[in-house]
Design a protein around this ligand. Structure first.
Ligand SMILES: *Cc1c(COP(=O)(O)O)cnc(C)c1O
Length: 453
């Protein structure tokens, strides 16, 4: 069941076209203005300024056209200007920009909650709350879990990324750049070993055994009856697109159920068709108690959500959850339209099709390179990665990773890196990217690795 993006119409020509000497004069001038006024702590991967974006292409202000392998960090799965999303935003914004759902509610919030309750795993009774950012969704999932269980401890994992607010920094594993000098951090957060197949000391360890390793530590170091929640990304994002060994997630979810622990799947990055399912937990039939969503949910508009068991979410007293902007009506309309486009374009099928093309090409490249610098090829759907290592070892190679990303950018392909060791190249194209553009970008990536390895 491979679909093509043929039925999708594009406003911009889906073709890469960059001048040798970009950034051009307009981007350079904007960069100068920016440095005078924007805090240095906000860094940008690409030194050009955007004029337009559509499908798999980003145009800059100097007329360069880049292939987008980042989707603004897994956000624009339906494209950055999907006609349905644009139309829904225009329609909504002409009526009201905001009233605050906590003051005067509106239908689009309710309609989106209906959709999220329908699309998230499990056929149990569910409730939804809407927020603005992924970090805010994670914060609120933990709030609900603590209130509902009357317990304090929260378990997170090695290589985890859950955001940049105080609690979510505590949940996030990597010090630099996310945590260093930003403490003190929220208490009662405990970190456990992840299942990371490529880097396990015992390479034959199963997912169930890796889960047992974490569970034993939880029981010994915290006590199962003290734990409010386990929070985990079913495929870790910023930590390196780590796909845990099969059986790891189900074993953790089972243990959580037996011990009255709320199992929170952080699907902020992996959700909404990205991995070739609506949610990454679907690959192993795991049904989380609460699921956090953001990034791909609303076609680029800022929106996040938690959906979970009605008994947990309804345990919170009226007024205990919310926020001024949470579930903004324009963002809700965008999300409803984006979900409509995901179904209409069969973006689950598209994500699987992207996986088929890219995994075949990346594994072929891995075997072609006698230097052995591609240590691992992994991922699901259109959430794919290669881990680069020093020739013939498993030692991380962040220098090569940086060089490859820079070489790709020079040719007009926007590539994001990630990973605890900074040595992972991740592919997150919009799910509406054409096969031609995907293959062109992969050609550039392959050439960049060959030239630099
Ligand atoms: C990006 C991300 C977050 C944080 O989302 P923001 O919208 O940036 O606050 C949380 N969890 C995961 C898994 C993410 O990828």
């Amino acid at each position: 069941m491979t679909t093509t993006a043929n039925e999708i119409t594009y406003r911009l020509e889906q073709k890469r076209r960059v001048q040798a000497d970009f950034p051009g004069p307009k981007s350079v001038a904007l960069g100068d203005r920016r440095r005078a006024v924007v805090a240095a702590g906000v860094a940008s991967t690409v030194p050009v300024y955007v004029a337009d974006a559509d499908g798999g292409i980003i145009h800059d202000v100097d007329g360069n056209a880049f292939i987008d392998f980042g989707s603004g960090i897994a956000v624009t799965s339906v494209g950055a200007s999907d006609p349905a999303v644009v139309g829904a935003v225009k329609e909504a914004v002409e009526h009201f920009t905001h009233t605050c759902f906590m003051v005067t509610p509106y239908e689009s919030y309710v309609a989106l909650a209906e959709q999220l309750n329908r699309l998230t795993p499990g056929d149990h009774e569910k409730r939804t709350v809407l927020f603005n950012s992924g970090a805010e969704a994670v914060e609120n999932a933990v709030k609900v879990a603590r209130l509902a269980t009357g317990r304090d401890a929260v378990v997170a994992f090695d290589h985890a990324y859950h955001g940049r607010t105080n609690l979510t920094m505590a949940l996030t594993a990597k010090a630099m750049p996310y945590k260093t000098n930003f403490g003190p951090f929220a208490p009662e957060v405990y970190r456990m070993p992840m299942s990371y197949p490529y880097r396990e000391e015992n390479s034959s360890i199963t997912g169930a055994e890796a889960a047992k390793r974490a569970i034993t530590m939880i029981e010994k170091q915290i006590g199962g009856d003290q734990v409010a929640a386990i929070i985990i990304e079913p495929i870790q994002g910023e930590g390196g697109f780590i796909v845990p060994a099969e059986g790891f997630l189900p074993a953790l979810a089972d243990w959580a159920k037996e011990n009255g622990v709320v199992f929170i799947a952080d699907e902020v990055q992996s959700g909404f068709c990205r991995t070739g399912e609506w949610f990454a937990v679907n690959h192993e039939g795991v049904v989380p108690d609460i699921i956090t969503m953001a990034k791909g949910i609303a076609g680029g508009m800022p929106l996040s959500a938690i959906t979970g068991r009605a008994d947990l979410l309804d345990a919170v007293h009226p007024g205990g959850l919310g926020g001024t902007y949470g579930g903004n009506p324009v963002a809700c309309s965008a999300a409803l339209a984006a979900i409509g486009s995901m179904e209409e374009y069969d973006l689950i099928g598209r994500a699987r099709h992207i996986e088929e093309i890219a995994i075949a090409r990346l594994t072929e490249l891995q075997s072609q390179l006698s230097s052995g610098v591609i240590g691992d090829v992994r991922g699901r759907g259109a959430m794919l990665a290669i881990e680069l290592v020093k020739p013939g070892t498993t030692e991380p190679n962040p220098e090569l990773t940086k060089a490859v990303a820079a070489a790709c950018l020079k040719e007009g392909v926007i590539i994001l890196t990630c990973g605890t060791y900074g040595n992972v190249i991740r592919l997150l194209p919009p799910l509406v990217i054409t096969d031609d553009l995907l293959n062109d970008g992969l050609d550039v990536l392959a050439a960049a690795i060959k030239a630099n390895a």
